[in-house]
Unconditional design. Structure first.
Length: 73
């Protein structure tokens, strides 16, 4: 199937609030419809960061000043 998406909107919903849960439940009621797609997975940048953290590729610092020096170098 070939689909052209002319306009797309990303909505960020705080699932920890009552209203956020209700809104997400409402949107999920449209599952299977072509006009709503809910992605419950992190984007590629976040996936990469999670993988690097699991591999131990972390920035370690003694304190905030040390961390800022490492990040700015």
């Amino acid at each position: 199937m070939f689909q052209i998406i002319k306009n797309m909107t990303t909505v960020i919903i705080n699932e920890k609030t009552v209203k956020g849960k209700k809104l997400l439940d409402f949107l999920k009621s449209f599952s299977g419809e072509s006009f709503v797609k809910i992605k419950d997975e992190p984007n590629e940048t976040t996936k990469k960061a999670i993988q690097e953290a699991r591999e131990g590729k972390l920035t370690k610092a003694k304190n905030v000043d040390d961390l800022m020096e490492l990040l700015n170098s």
